[in-house]
Design a protein around this ligand. Structure first.
Ligand SMILES: C[S@@+](CC[C@H](N)C(=O)[O-])C[C@H]1O[C@@H](n2cnc3c(N)ncnc32)[C@H](O)[C@@H]1O
Length: 257
């Protein structure tokens, strides 16, 4: 008899639900915690993501993607804070959180009153994490696992992306995608702590925050993190000319003290 088919995200969801139901006590456990800079949002995060990852790989018997979803990244925390402090940005809008990880930014958009929130991430564990974290915060967020970055800009009014410029390939695909969304009339906001592949000359800062760091392998307890939007009228990174920036009519706002 054939075994029933299960999707990677369904398998990951079953694993996370089991981990949440029977939490351990060591560094390799998940805990439901208030996000340091966004205490309105509680997330199932790893006590130590590296140790959790090692245990899960040993149990699975094969390599698993790094559990980015098990930490609240500085860029995502700033962006989530920004949406909650300026709910008019998301209220009543269709929001897409790209590379959503834990779903922190998506959940903040839902709490801010978004009409519909979709969280997208290619890691099936992140898709599962979005599901359990949305549930923990009693908000509706649809989680999806397709890779959208080479597609046309999706049907959303506001695109948000926290901490997505951490590697060359990702950055090289992300910015053109975001600019296609802007050209189509969507608003776009990214949150970034100055990662190496941030295309600083193609983005304009909207706000900046001092964010407590909780992610692995960061020594400083606090990082300055900017919320930025694609610069209107800058060169198109795909063609090197013209304007793919559109008007992206986001209001400027001051720093949070
Ligand atoms: C550093 S984490 C940021 C997570 C979250 N936005 C935050 O700020 O906490 C980057 C995320 O990008 C996801 N990712 C990588 N490539 C992707 C792609 N092509 N499409 C969607 N997500 C992707 C990873 O799986 C990971 O969850």
């Amino acid at each position: 008899m054939l075994a029933p088919m299960t999707s990677p995200a369904a398998t990951a969801l079953a694993v996370l639900e089991r981990e949440i139901d029977v939490p351990g006590e060591g560094l390799d456990r998940l805990r439901l915690v208030a996000t340091p800079f966004v205490p309105e949002v509680r997330l199932h995060l790893a006590e130590d993501a590296i140790v959790w990852w090692a245990r899960m790989e040993a149990a699975a018997g094969h390599a698993l993607p790094p559990p980015y979803w098990a930490s609240a990244w500085a860029g995502g925390q700033a962006l989530a804070r920004h949406l909650l402090d300026h709910p008019e940005l998301a209220a009543g809008r269709r929001v897409l959180d790209l590379a959503a990880g834990s779903g922190l930014v998506a959940i903040a958009a839902a709490l801010a009153g978004a009409a519909r929130v979709v969280a997208n991430d290619i890691d099936p564990y992140a898709v599962a994490a979005v599901t359990v974290n949305a549930r923990a915060n009693r908000v509706a967020v649809a989680a999806m696992g397709e890779d959208l970055l080479d597609s046309d800009a999706p049907d959303a009014d506001l695109l948000v992306a926290g901490d997505v410029f951490y590697d060359r390939e990702m950055a090289g695909r992300m910015l053109p995608f975001l600019r296609r969304a802007v050209a189509r009339g969507a608003r776009v906001l990214v949150g970034d702590p100055g990662r190496g592949h941030l295309p600083r000359d193609l983005l304009d800062p909207v706000a900046s925050y001092r964010v407590p760091t909780t992610e692995p392998a960061v020594d400083s307890p606090v990082r300055r993190v900017e919320v930025l939007r694609p610069r209107a009228g800058g060169p198109d990174p795909e063609t090197g000319s013209g304007s793919a920036g559109g008007s992206n009519p986001m209001p400027d706002v001051a720093d949070r003290p």
